[in-house]
Design a binder for this molecule. Sequence first.
Ligand SMILES: [Cu+2]
Length: 135
Amino acid sequence: MASPGKAVMIRTVAQLCLSTMFALCLGAAAPAPVTLNVTMIDYKFVPDHLTFKHGVHYRLHLENHGKETHEFTAPVFFAAAKIDNPDVLNRELTEVVMQPGDVKDVFLTPGKPGTYDLRCADHDWNGMVGGITVE
Ligand SMILES: [Cu+2]
């Protein structure tokens, strides 16, 4: 006959197995987002053209390596996307403001396929423009 201690141990091991399987299931249901890196310099996006696939979960990783404040301004793109962490954007959800040295991630799933405008609201006059394609 199994001692009470052994029964408790078996139950604990069983629970551990179950929670591990549960964690694996969750992992399978939510794969890691695809990272897309954009660096801002004075006065350019690098790269200046981004291509996303619609319905795919992305981590849009932004770094400002410039000496000036830059903005990742893409109002129509952001409005069409499902954004997991909207607090990283401005209140109107049109852009991400990047102070010099800032590093920010936007977790999002792009909306309908098409081409979208990308610019730095501060420096578009200076050619700091790009584009976004959602396939
Ligand atoms: Cu700028």
